[in-house]
Design a protein around this ligand. Structure first.
Ligand code: FAD
Length: 513
């Protein structure tokens, strides 16, 4: 067996792992990243890289500054009071550290800006903000990263397809891909070792602490002895057996948009040495459709006018513009009474002509997709009900009722678009439009996810804990592998990436001063 030493081993080269590696290297550590797939980048490359880092100071000058008190107040109102001291301490650490992470990213030359128009998910709750808390990396030309690093960053599948109709230069990395490209560049250029296609085979322990890992590196068994090991390897969203064991049913590994490498191996290895787990039935829900065996978010389609979501009885049951996390959870909740997994997104032709749907640009629906039954088209709502198996009377009744709401500009059943909460009550509701222009379309919507939410129990410094509350020395974990602090809800778009980055930073800076 080969034998090497390092100060820090990071398992997983996603956004969190790369940030941890770059930050530790900046503090002088020898760092090795062990990544099981062929390329670095992880799940962030599939998304737009929005990270909720409340309290950051990036919002435009002149806007009211965010405060710790407001963030704490908002989190308490979204999530309720923390059930135990450990969770309270983790939340406090998140609030305290999020602004530091945004400063660290800026000082590491990530072109970060605050998304002024993206507000918190629950604008009606105290402490909420209408913009500025979510940050995003600006686009970069991959060529400036140099050939090696640019080649290592995985091109963004879902997002790139969804944006393929936008005039983006071919070499431009945007969103999550841009963020990980920057972090990767910073890490590798400063001397972090990146081991791709390498798999962790065990966590090495000595009495009560982790002292390293064994790795299958290109078929060569290698032992790394390290002062600390950080698990930033995501959750178990890609593993069908673990999904069936823990997530609500029905569930399917094809419904996830998380990185294909998220098989929960490190969760199993860590529990094997005594780590505790929590909240394993939760996920970052994301309503998806399936095309060519792959899940794509239908968020933009759900928000667009001239569309509505119905259950198998043809009934609406929700404000379609609710957050992804709420919507996925409610699909399961509603399914206890009537089949709502899958639900159906019903659209008229104006919607299909003007709004992206999953991987398809406005106005373009592949003939193959219609033939394969990925989407159904019909000239009348009657025929649409027949072709999809939806209850005919239910669907027709729901459309008539919905069209009446659209004519009035108010959805009296579910308050679509939440105009009261967003302060737009007096304006025309842009999310409401009649469904009356044929042909009509229907696509199945599943409660997919952007990753699992439960995992290892950690403390405020991201250290992994046993069931008795003691720490497993030397072992740290980021959300994904660790349980999220947002156990019972989601405060905002970007919460998942935001907390992963913060935990990575906490793990690296633990006990430095
Ligand atoms: C379509 C989409 C859109 C999203 N949009 C947003 C958003 O706007 N805001 C937000 O907050 N979040 C978003 N998310 C979620 C967000 O991208 C993730 O929370 C974040 O990227 C997680 O980063 P991570 O580094 O913790 O884990 P990951 O990115 O999952 O990285 C884990 C890495 O570990 C590797 N790995 C796994 N097992 C092993 C092993 N045994 N050994 C070695 N390596 C291993 C994996 O291959 C992977 O590279 C989105 C997700 C998707 C799919």
């Amino acid at each position: 067996m080969e034998h090497v030493t390092a100060d820090l081993v990071v398992v997983g080269a996603g956004a969190a792992g790369l940030l941890a590696a770059a930050a530790a290297r900046r503090l002088g550590d020898e760092v090795i990243i062990v990544e099981s797939s062929r390329r670095a980048g992880g799940t962030a490359t599939e998304g737009n890289g929005l990270a909720w880092l409340p309290g950051n100071r990036l919002a435009a000058k002149g806007s009211a500054p965010d405060s710790t008190e407001e963030v704490e107040q908002y989190l308490a109102s979204v999530l309720g009071e923390p059930g135990d001291e450990q969770l309270a301490a983790r939340r406090a650490a998140f609030v305290r550290t999020a602004p530091k992470v945004s400063r660290w990213l800026v000082s590491s030359h990530v072109p970060l800006h605050a998304a002024k128009t993206i507000g918190d998910d629950h604008l009606d709750l105290p402490g909420a903000k209408t913009g500025g808390r979510v940050v995003q990396s600006g686009p970069i030309d991959r060529r400036v990263l140099g050939e090696t690093e640019a080649a290592l960053v995985r091109t963004s599948g879902v997002v790139r397809e969804a944006l393929s109709w936008l005039p983006l230069p071919r070499n431009t990395a945007t969103g999550g891909e841009s963020l990980v490209a920057h972090l990767l560049h910073r890490a590798v250029a400063n001397g972090v070792s990146l081991w791709l296609e390498s798999t962790i085979t065990s966590l090495i322990t000595d009495s009560d602490r982790v002292t390293g890992v064994t790795v299958d590196r290109d078929g060569v068994p290698t032992q790394i002895t390290a002062g600390r090991v950080l698990l930033a390897s995501g959750g178990f969203a890609a593993d069908q057996a673990l999904r069936e064991e823990y997530l609500p049913l029905p569930t399917d590994a094809t419904w996830t948009t998380a990185a294909a490498g998220n098989h929960g191996e490190l969760l199993k290895l860590a529990t094997g040495i005594g780590a505790a787990t929590t909240n394993l039935s939760a996920a970052w829900w994301m309503p998806v459709m399936i095309s060519e065996g792959r899940a794509s978010s239908v968020r933009t389609a759900l928000d667009g006018p001239h569309s509505m979501l119905v259950d198998a009885a043809g009934d609406r049951y929700i404000d379609e513009t609710r957050s992804d996390d709420d919507l996925g959870q409610l699909m399961y909740d509603h399914s206890r009474g009537v089949r709502a997994v899958p639900s159906f997104l019903i659209m008229d032709n104006r919607h299909r002509a003007s709004t992206p749907l999953g991987p398809w640009a406005p106005g373009s629906t592949p003939r193959r997709a219609i033939e394969d039954g990925e989407i159904t088209r019909a000239n009348t709502l009657n025929d649409l009900a027949q072709a999809t198996g939806l209850d005919r009377a239910g669907l027709l009744g729901s459309v008539v009722r919905f069209n009446n709401f659209a004519a009035k500009g108010t959805d009296s059943d579910f308050h679509r678009g939440r105009p009261e909460a967003t302060g737009k009550a007096k304006r025309r509701n842009p999310s409401l439009g009649k469904i009356d222009k044929p042909p009509f379309w229907a696509v199945k919507v599943y409660p997919g996810d952007a990753g699992t939410k439960g995992g290892l129990v950690t403390d405020a410094s991201a250290r992994v804990l046993r069931a008795d509350g003691s720490t497993i020395g030397g072992l740290y974990a980021c959300p994904g592998t660790a349980a999220s602090i947002f156990a019972t809800g989601s405060p905002s778009v970007g919460a998942s990436l935001g907390e992963s980055l913060v935990a990575a930073f906490l793990a690296v800076t633990d006990q430095r001063s």
